[in-house]
Design a protein around this ligand. Structure first.
Ligand SMILES: NC(=O)C1=CN([C@@H]2O[C@H](COP(=O)(O)OP(=O)(O)OC[C@H]3O[C@@H](n4cnc5c(N)ncnc54)[C@H](O)[C@@H]3O)[C@@H](O)[C@H]2O)C=CC1
Ligand SMILES: NCC(=O)COP(=O)(O)O
Length: 336
């Protein structure tokens, strides 16, 4: 009944800090079983560059994962052709996406209890001619679900987004009653499922300055956001807003709420990162699998130096393991 959780950890962009963060983790004792999904040769090359000794063990589904310092379970993925830190190579892009596919399919098949992702470089994947906006959208498509929600969280703050990786000029049109309703419902449901918040109070930001100033600074609040929130409240969701985004992130509001819902990426995430960059987790809600991630990017400037901070990776693994245990327990209860 209490089998340890096994998480797939994708090593991300080969030129970034992901591979060395995986190796840093291997030097410590771990509570959760971690299987790094990556090119074995890439990990060996990075370990050699950093002067680290890590014994890599090929992992087979059904087996426990290594948890002892100095040992690391690896699910090898072919196709990485360039191991140089700090220098992007579009030829590695197919391999990077294959690591995500292997991890996600492994979760769907029950081989893994969840997946944690180290950062990928969205630009270089597109340079390879592959349309890619982020793990969030990639996993939504792979898992065949209509809507997912990106939420970043620290101990003190949770910020979810209505839209994710969109050019700013496309944001207004994307804020539809359908999208706002789906995102709000997923956020409320998953805060209950994974964080045991029975009826979460969610602060919803407006899109425009001063939440539109009564229609004088934009009408999305009056036309879309207010009527949608009203309808969702009638379903029982505890939604406050639309609130001016510049004052939403103040103790007056945050102290009485469980999460903030921002309309777009750079409305919500700078606040979260100012408050907790380096120790936050990025969670994809609404998926049939557990997926958490680090709060940072590929940090090409640090790759190969061994100076990258693993704080956010630790948070992502801790939260991923908690969520996976929660989902396992719920599944077992449903089977009784
Ligand atoms: N989960 C993911 O896959 C994410 C990927 N990205 C991708 O990363 C690439 C680079 O993005 P940037 O905006 O430059 O952000 P970034 O997070 O890579 O770097 C911003 C600054 O933070 C520092 N930094 C980042 N992680 C650190 C760590 N663990 N320890 C110490 N310092 C750290 C970097 O050195 C840099 O000075 C982009 O292509 C972006 O798409 C960005 C965010 C998340
Ligand atoms: N700023 C967060 C971010 O870009 C991460 O996106 P994703 O790759 O987790 O979808």
């Amino acid at each position: 009944m209490n089998a340890p959780v096994i998480l797939a950890l994708t090593a991300g962009e080969p030129a970034g800090i992901g591979p060395e963060l995986c190796l840093q983790l291997a030097l410590e004792a771990r509570d959760a079983g971690i299987v790094v999904v990556a090119s074995r040769a890439l990990l060996e090359a990075r370990a050699e560059q950093l002067g680290q000794t890590v014994a890599l063990h090929d992992w087979v589904p059904g087996q426990p994962a290594e948890t002892e310092p100095g040992r690391l379970s690896v699910r090898h993925v072919e196709g990485c052709v360039d191991y140089q830190p700090g220098v992007l190579d579009a030829r590695n892009s197919g391999y990077v996406l294959e690591t995500l596919t292997v991890a996600a399919k492994g979760c769907l098949a029950g081989d893994f209890d969840g997946m944690v992702t180290a950062p990928v470089h969205k630009g270089v994947i597109n340079d390879a001619g592959i349309a890619f906006s982020g793990h969030t959208e990639f996993l939504q498509e792979l898992c065949g679900v209509e809507r997912v929600v990106m939420m970043l969280a620290t101990e003190d703050l949770r910020v979810a987004l209505v839209t994710t990786h969109l050019p700013l000029k496309d944001v207004s049109a994307a804020i539809t009653p359908d999208r706002l309703s789906q995102v709000s419902r997923i956020l409320a449901a998953d805060l209950k499922t994974f964080f045991s918040i029975e009826k979460p109070r969610i602060l919803v930001a407006g899109l425009n300055p001063h939440a539109g100033e009564g229609g004088h600074l934009g009408t999305e609040e009056i036309d879309v956001i207010e009527p949608t929130l009203e309808k969702l409240r009638s379903e029982g969701l505890d939604l406050v807003g639309p609130l001016p985004a510049d004052t939403l992130f103040t103790p007056h509001w945050l102290d009485q709420a469980d999460a903030a819902l921002a309309m777009y990426h750079d409305q919500g995430l700078p606040v979260l990162k100012f408050q907790g960059f380096g120790r936050a987790v990025n969670i994809t809600l609404g998926l049939p699998i557990v997926r958490t991630s680090v709060d940072h990017g590929t940090a090409l400037d640090l790759a190969g130096t061994g100076k990258a901070d693993a704080g956010s990776l630790h948070t992502a693994i801790r939260v991923g393991a908690q969520m996976a245990k929660g989902r396992k327990a719920a599944n077992q209860e449903n089977q009784l």
